[in-house]
Ligand binder design. Structure first.
Ligand SMILES: Cc1cc2nc3c(=O)[nH]c(=O)nc-3n(C[C@H](O)[C@H](O)[C@H](O)COP(=O)(O)O)c2cc1C
Ligand SMILES: O=C(O)C(=O)c1ccccc1
Length: 404
C-alpha cells in the first residue's frame, strides 16, 4: 500500500538509523549515486545507463537549466493538509512522479522490468514500460498488478506489428500510450561505441518483439526458421522495426490515433512548433524531453524550453517533463514552470543496479520524501500552488560539475 503522505521515509531513515544503527544501503546524496552505481554495475551496463550523446553537453545543459532557477520559500503557512497528488488525463495519481521508460532493464539487475514494475506499484508511482524491454508486455502487466502502467511505444515500421503491440498493451491494462519520437535511431554515444556495446544484438531487450505473434509469424515466413534458431537475425529484424529504418511522420500518427482509445502522449518534444503539431494531430499530451541528453548532443537543456512550450499548449494538453531531474526540488521547479508531472530515469536505474527492487525503492521513496519535505519547507501546500510565483531565474547558475 503506497504511503500517501511521503513524509515518512525521512523519519524511517532517521528513526531506524539512530535507534537501530540501520543506514540506507543506497546513498541519499544525488551527487554520490552515480558513483555508487558505477561500483555495483558491470562496466558496459554502467556506461550504457550513465552515457550520453557526444561530449555530454546536453546532459550538462539539463543540469545547468535547473541550477538557473531558485525557489523563494515562504514561512508561517500551515502545512497540515499538504497534498502532492495530481490528476492526469482524468485519473488521480498520488504524486507528480512517474518512472521513465528505460530499455533493457535486465542488464542492470536480474529483477528486470517485472521487479521494477512491482516496486512502482508498492510506492504508488506509475510504471512506463519500454518497448525495448527484457520482459514481455504481459509479464510486466502481471507484476505491476493493480499499479498504474503506461506503455511506451518504439513505433514499428510495419503497421500490422504496431497494431499488435497496441492491442496487447490495451489488453494488458496499460492506460496511456507514450510514443517516443526522438530515438528512431540511436544517438552518437561514444561510451557504447568504443566498447561496441549494443545489448539488443543478441536478443537482449527484444522480448516484446520476440513474444509478439505478428512479428514471430512474419519473421518465420521471411527467414524460414523460428526466432530461437536465429537470435542474431531476429534481433536485427526487430531493431529494424523499432530503432532503424528512418523516422515516422506527423501524418502517420493517424494510425495510432485511430487504434488507441486512451490518451496519447508524444515523448521527446523540444520545440514549440512540434508541441503545436502534437495538438493539431490529436494527441493528448507531450513529454518535454531530450532523452536525458542521449540523442542530440548540443541540444538545448530540456528545462530551458519548458516555459515556452507550456505557454503555447499548456492550457490545451498535458505537458509532462523529463531530462535531468535528480532531486525533489528539481521536481518542484519543473512543476512551477508548468509541467503537470515529471519522469525520472537514471537515478532509479542506479538504485536498481545497486540493489535491485530494494535499491530502486529507496531511490523512489527518497525522491518522494525529498519532494514532500522541500515543498512543505518552501511553503507550497499543493501541486496547484506550485506556479511561477515560487521560483525566480538567476544569472549565476552554479558549477554543474559539483552536481554530476
Ligand atoms: C539506459 C536508458 C535507457 C532508456 N531507454 C528508453 C526507452 O526505451 N524508451 C524511451 O522512451 N526512453 C528511454 N530512455 C530515456 C528516458 O525515458 C528519459 O527520457 C531519460 O532517462 C530522462 O533523463 P534522466 O535519465 O536524466 O532522468 C532511456 C534512458 C536511459 C538512461
Ligand atoms: O538507450 C536508450 O536511450 C533508448 O532509448 C533505447 C533505444 C533502443 C533500445 C533500447 C533503449
Amino acid at each position: 500500500m503506497p504511503d500517501e503522505t511521503y513524509g515518512s521515509y525521512q523519519n524511517e531513515i532517521y528513526g531506524k538509523g539512530s535507534l537501530m544503527g540501520i543506514l540506507p544501503s543506497v546513498t541519499t546524496d544525488p551527487r554520490l549515486l552515480e558513483g555508487q552505481a558505477r561500483k555495483a554495475l558491470g562496466e558496459r551496463s554502467f556506461n550504457y545507463v550513465a552515457g550520453g550523446a557526444g561530449e555530454k553537453a546536453t546532459m550538462d545543459s539539463n543540469r545547468l537549466a535547473f541550477r538557473q532557477w531558485k525557489l523563494l520559500p515562504r514561512m508561517l503557512r500551515s502545512m497540515d493538509h499538504q497534498d502532492v497528488s495530481v490528476k492526469l488525463f482524468g485519473q488521480k495519481y498520488n504524486s507528480p512522479l512517474l518512472m521513465a521508460p528505460v530499455g533493457v532493464q535486465g542488464i542492470f539487475h536480474e529483477d528486470k522490468e517485472t521487479g521494477l514494475a512491482e516496486v512502482c506499484e508498492e510506492v504508488g508511482v506509475p510504471y512506463i514500460m519500454s518497448t525495448a524491454a527484457t520482459s514481455t508486455i504481459e509479464e510486466v502487466a502481471a507484476a505491476s498488478n493493480n499499479g498504474h502502467r503506461w506503455y511506451q511505444l518504439y513505433w514499428p515500421h510495419d503497421d500490422e506489428i504496431t497494431l499488435s503491440l497496441l492491442q496487447r498493451a490495451k489488453a494488458a491494462g496499460f492506460t496511456v500510450l507514450v510514443v517516443t519520437l526522438d530515438t528512431w535511431s540511436l544517438g552518437w554515444r561514444p561510451a557504447d561505441l568504443d566498447k561496441g556495446y549494443v545489448p539488443f544484438i543478441k536478443g537482449v531487450g527484444c522480448q516484446v518483439g520476440f513474444s509478439d505473434p505478428v512479428f514471430r509469424k512474419k519473421f518465420e515466413d521471411n527467414h524460414g526458421c523460428k526466432i530461437e534458431e536465429d537470435i542474431v537475425g531476429a534481433s536485427q529484424a526487430w531493431l529494424n522495426q523499432i530503432a532503424a529504418g528512418g523516422a515516422h511522420t506527423w501524418e502517420e500518427l493517424a494510425l495510432l490515433r485511430k487504434n488507441w482509445d486512451g490518451p496519447i502522449v508524444l515523448k521527446g518534444i523540444q520545440h514549440v512548433e512540434d508541441a503545436n503539431k502534437a495538438l493539431e494531430y490529436g494527441c493528448n499530451g507531450i513529454v518535454v524531453s531530450n532523452h536525458g541528453g542521449r540523442q542530440v548532443d548540443g541540444a538545448i537543456g530540456s528545462l530551458d524550453v519548458l516555459p515556452e512550450i507550456v505557454d503555447a499548449v499548456g492550457e490545451q494538453m498535458t505537458v509532462l517533463f523529463d531530462s535531468g531531474v535528480r532531486t525533489g526540488v528539481d521536481i518542484i521547479k519543473a512543476l512551477a514552470l508548468g509541467a503537470k508531472a515529471v519522469l525520472v530515469g537514471r537515478p532509479v536505474i542506479y538504485g536498481f543496479g545497486i540493489g535491485g527492487r530494494d535499491g530502486a525503492k529507496q531511490v523512489l521513496k527518497g525522491l518522494l520524501a525529498d519532494l514532500w519535505q522541500s515543498m512543505g519547507l518552501a511553503g507550497i501546500r499543493t501541486v496547484a500552488d506550485c506556479d511561477r510565483t515560487v521560483i525566480r531565474r538567476v544569472q549565476h547558475g552554479g558549477d554543474v560539475k559539483a552536481m554530476l
